[in-house]
Design a binder for this molecule. Structure first.
Ligand SMILES: CC(C)(COP(=O)(O)OP(=O)(O)OC[C@H]1O[C@@H](n2cnc3c(N)ncnc32)[C@H](O)[C@@H]1OP(=O)(O)O)[C@@H](O)C(=O)NCCC(=O)NCCS
Length: 227
């Protein structure tokens, strides 16, 4: 398998000037999104990979097909062993129907963000006001498998937290399947803890067997490499 097919950016060797410009852009990306390198060595590596600059942007109606495409790819890779294919099909057909997402964006105050690398969408989040006063809810957070573990989830989360802060919603909550151990671990690492355990009937003979996790947004993503 080539690097490109694994989702890595091609390594190039830019001129000194280009390398300096890239380093500057990476420092700016780190300030804005915290998806920048975690060490000087990483920075040196990333300055040789100009195509890898990440960007988080708000999605709009034109992005609905992209979000649906990402969801199908990520869910098909991640959830079969957790909820099974029948429940995946059932949930995707409801939660990711174009009209459903469009309505969320335009009528219910849910905001979608997209993470892009080299101009390609590789992940997304959705969030909005939560069920209780002072709370926001992170409804969705998904990154393509080949881009996971690189800081994009955390960058999307921080963007959501910034929205919560701007809207005077100091607490963030989310629901995560109890068997989704990697996501639970990542959320813990970002500062979340489990508040309760719920089982929600979603029809079609299926349930969502979830933890509700929560964090003060002021604590979010303050661990390890965060600045
Ligand atoms: C969960 C998910 C969104 C996290 O995004 P990501 O880009 O992979 O995560 P990041 O690289 O930003 O990592 C965020 C933090 O979690 C930690 N982390 C990530 N994966 C982890 C794992 N499997 N175990 C423990 N910690 C983990 C990282 O180390 C990082 O913390 P640090 O910077 O303090 O070291 C992503 O892995 C994903 O899309 N998974 C599949 C779909 C899914 O389960 N979505 C959540 C639905 S509720």
């Amino acid at each position: 398998m080539t690097n490109a097919s694994k989702g890595h950016c091609a390594t190039i060797t830019p001129s000194d000037t280009a390398q300096r410009n890239l380093a500057k852009e990476l420092r700016r990306a780190k300030r804005n999104f915290d998806v920048a390198p975690r060490s000087g060595k990483d920075l040196a590596q990333m300055t040789r990979t100009s195509a890898c600059l990440p960007r988080i942007r708000e999605a709009d109606e034109r992005d609905v097909p992209t979000i649906i495409g990402l969801a199908h790819r990520i869910w098909s890779a991640h959830y079969p062993s957790i909820i099974g294919q029948a429940q995946i099909d059932y949930m995707l057909s409801r939660m990711y129907a174009p009209d459903t997402i469009l309505k969320e964006m335009t009528k219910t105050g849910i905001r979608y963000d997209i993470a892009e690398v080299d101009g390609h969408a590789v992940g997304y989040s959705a969030y909005g006001p939560g069920p209780a006063p002072g709370e926001m809810k992170l409804h969705k957070l998904y990154v393509l498998p080949e881009h996971q573990g690189l800081g994009l989830g955390k960058a999307l989360m921080r963007q959501a937290a910034a929205w919560g802060s701007a809207n005077a919603l100091p607490t963030i909550i989310l629901a995560v399947n109890k068997r989704n151990e990697r996501a639970v671990a990542a959320y813990r690492r970002c500062g979340f803890s489990i508040r309760e355990s719920v089982v929600v009937d979603i029809g079609g003979g299926f349930v969502m067997d979830d933890y509700i996790m929560t964090s003060p947004i002021s604590n979010l993503c303050r661990t390890a490499s965060m600045v």
